[in-house]
Structure formats: C-alpha cells, structure tokens
Design a protein around this ligand. Sequence first.
Ligand code: ADP
Length: 334
Amino acid sequence: RPMTAPEADAEERRLEAALRPKHLDEFVGQMRVREQLDLMLASARLRDRAADHVLLSGPPGLGKTTLAMIVAAEMNAPLRLSSGPAIQHAGDLAAILSSLTEGEVLFLDEIHRMSRPAEEMLYMAMEDFRVDIVVGKGAGATSIPLELPPFTLVGATTRAGLLPSPLRDRFGFTGHLEFYAEEELERVLRRSALLLDMRVDTDGYRQIASRSRGTPRIANRLLRRVRDWALVKGLESVDAEAASAALTMYEVDARGLDRLDRAVLTALCTTFGGGPVGLSTLATAVGEEMETVETVAEPFLIREGMVARTPRGRVALAGAWEHLGLTAPAAPGS
Ligand code: ADP
C-alpha cells in the first residue's frame, strides 16, 4: 500500500528527528559557534543557573533547531518548542511563559514573525523574568504582574537583521550559522548513512555532498532519495554514478541548485536582462514570497557568486550566466 501524503510527511519528520545529533560533540562543523556555546553552557552549569538567551541566525536547514535541542540536553533541562507565527497574541505567549519550569529551554523558531504586542511582552520576560498580564478590557482593565522562573530562550531567525534591535540586544549570545563545506556535509552524510544502514562509497558521498547546497537538511534529504533509488535498482552500494543519476532525476543539478534557485536565476538573467531588479519584482516573477526568495534562495546564490544585492536591486554575476549556459550581455561602454 503506498503511503498517503500526510503519512509520507510524518515519515520524513520522523527520519529527520532520528538523524539529529543529540550532543554538541556530534554536531558537525560550525566550529566557532560550537566552541562559544560550549563555553557558555559549561559556565552556566558551574554557576548552576539557566544559560543566557541564545539567538541563532542563518538560512533554513543549517541546524538551528538541532542546536536548541542540544542546549536543552547539555543543560539537562526540558525543552518547549514554539514559533513566531504560532504566537499571534500576547496571551499566546503569556500562556507559554507562565507554564515554564525553572531552567526550561524555550525554542522560538522564526522569532522575527511574532506579533508586536507579544514581542514587547517577551522583552520584559527575557530581562526581568516577569510579565504583566492584562485582565479585562477598556477602563476596567488591570494588569497583574507575574513572576517567571529563570528560563533560557533560544530564538531562531533566517536573518538577524529581521529582528528589531531591542529584541536582538536582549540575547546574551548570538550565533550565525554558515553554509557547510563539502567535507563537513560528507561527515553528516556518513553519520546518517550509518543510521539508515546504507552503503555508500567515497565518491558517492562526495557526489551527494556537492549537490547539497551547503545544507545538512538537504544532504540528509538527498541521501534518502538516493537510498530509494538504490533500493529500487537493487544496488548493494551507492557510487558517484548512481548518486548523480538519482539526484538529476530529482531536479537537483550538479551545483546543488534546485528548481527555485534556477527559477530565480532564469528570471534575473532572461526576464530582467541581468538586473538590477527589485526583490518584490523578482519574487513576483518566480511566483514566490519576497521572504522566501530573500532568505531561502538568495543566500546560497550569493555565496556561489551568482547573484549580488546592490542598492539598486539584485544583479546577476558571471557565475549565473555561466551556470545557465548563457552569454552575459556586454557591459554598456565596453
Ligand atoms: P534549522 O532549524 O536551522 O532549519 P535543523 O536543526 O532542523 O535546521 O536541521 C535540519 C536537519 O539537518 C536535522 O535533521 C539535523 O539532523 C541535520 N543537521 C543540521 N545541522 C547539523 C550538523 N551540524 N551536524 C549534523 N546534522 C545536522
């Protein structure tokens, strides 16, 4: 019986959870953030206090949620998961905050998407471990102060610049996650293959890593697609050829660009002649939200030397034309 879509989603989430490193020393790469976090947590443990609030920024899939879980595990503290979009009213946040236990780690994903009143409540909670709960409406409204136990907030955002500075300033530690090097992704893949009981040769790992867009989540996802391929084709072990055939079928190209990445490049180069073009125009052309183009597609394209953000808009760089197999128009005056 084939799985239904929700079942397949649940299966993906279950696998993703199974592949998550549980401790800091299993977390691959991000040396600087890992060392700084390690020191901060060790100090909090020695002082027997809740760790300082932590802000993690970086494109999706680089390990922000995983690090939040690791913070809780390393502090031997319970973990609560929520997200900015889930907190639309200050009351939603008050309900969560008032039920936290001492030392608990609260993870707020997409913290930049919280509503303004909730954000203001969070300032006070982070700084003074206190909230004012407003009861009633209009002239009869009163506010009841409520003490909170010390807790650790771990906030995640795709770009730290999306946060208002009063919120950013209340985090004692800010870590920016970078895209992973291919060698690091190979290590992520080796660990996952072991857990999935898959056999892959050295060139096979290299091939999958090089198409993973610098992102562990994508590496793990591609590994599972390659596993499907190997299973159906009856392969004992995955080599470079099998990996590239499988991934080409899933529309992941040799540089790791996916359909959205290519749509952005194509629009930029062909529809807009290489730019400059504004973000909103570009997003409309590819049928995506501005935030998705800006935080999901662009960071990787910028790192790969294909796109640049300029004050006048997005422009295609030499790498973009080359990748699409097009010739860049001659620069005016040259
Ligand atoms: P984010 O919250 O930044 O979107 P996640 O923490 O959910 O990303 O990570 C996505 C997946 O990638 C997880 O399943 C996790 O197993 C894997 N992963 C992320 N970072 C690492 C890492 N440094 N080492 C090993 N696996 C990682």
